[in-house]
Design a protein around this ligand. Structure first.
Ligand code: SF4
Ligand code: SF4
Ligand code: FES
Length: 256
């Protein structure tokens, strides 16, 4: 007796290139269910057989993924209306809310093709706020300053950011009519300003966030915290950096 093969549908929002808005369309694929599938393995099935449910041959769907274990952030997309990583989006869990899974690209980044977007703005923002510890030469500097256990505990959760873009996607202040830098870079300022050596350049990092596109641009809607897959306390980071910016402003005014 033959057993019925279980299938589900993948509905993908597609576009052939950054300037090909005319090609924007939904395509639906029927996928044979297998145990332990995630969204990436479902997309790989489409790649093997790019034919839609109405029998039309199409091109394989384009997406990005690297680590496959929620570390690199590259596979981020909007799945069933929620921004998240596709490598950890399990098909069985998604099917609990219906037999069709929808995939869309993030909307706050320039589209490259299909589900692939260009997250360069986030990396440029990390450069803008100097999200690193500056080294002055490569000579022996001796043992660095010690970091207290308390500071290490504050810093560790902040360091888990993988520049995935979920927080920018969810933030209402990140939109076409605003240049708001977004919570991820602000959180990195808090992290590097906590570091005993990083602290030496704290003022420069704060300066980079002083304009209306900096920390003052946050509307405190708190969507960012809700979508961050690494549970980074982004609203706390924004509050800490806002206080640093206020102090910096007063200091600058007193020096006038
Ligand atoms: S709290 Fe600020 S950064 Fe976070 S989503 Fe709201 S406006 Fe954006
Ligand atoms: S703060 Fe969280 S949501 Fe934002 S980029 Fe980093 S890991 Fe992603
Ligand atoms: S592939 Fe790296 S986070 Fe998903």
């Amino acid at each position: 007796m033959s057993q019925k093969v279980r299938t589900f549908k993948l509905r993908v929002l597609r576009q052939d290139g950054p300037t090909r808005r005319d090609t924007r369309r939904w395509e639906e694929f029927e996928i044979t269910w297998k145990p332990q599938m995630n969204v990436i393995s479902a997309l790989m099935e489409v790649r093997k057989h790019p034919v839609t449910t109405d029998g039309k041959e199409t091109t394989p769907v384009v997406w990005e993924s690297v680590c496959l274990e929620e570390v690199c952030g590259s596979c981020t997309m909007v799945i069933n209306g929620r921004v998240r990583q596709s490598c950890t989006a399990l098909i069985d869990t998604l099917l609990q809310s219906g037999e069709t899974i929808t995939l869309e690209p993030m909307t706050k980044f320039p589209l490259v093709r299909d589900l692939l977007v260009d997250r360069s703005r986030m990396f440029n923002d990390l450069k803008r706020v100097k999200a690193w510890v500056l080294l002055d030469g490569t000579h022996e500097l001796g043992p660095g300053p010690r970091q207290s256990q308390e500071t290490q505990e504050e810093a560790y959760p902040l360091s888990r950011c993988m520049t995935c873009g979920c927080c920018l996607e969810a933030c209402p202040q990140v939109n076409d009519s605003s240049d708001f830098i977004g919570p991820a870079a602000i959180n990195q300022v808090r992290l590097f300003n906590l570091h005993p050596s990083g602290k030496m350049h704290a003022a420069e990092r704060i300066e980079a966030l002083m304009g209306s596109d900096g920390v003052a641009g946050c509307g405190k809607a708190q969507n960012c915290v809700e979508v961050c897959p690494k549970e980074i306390p982004l609203v706390d980071s924004i509050a800490v950096v806002s206080r640093q910016a206020t102090k910096h402003m007063l200091f600058r005014w007193l020096l006038k």
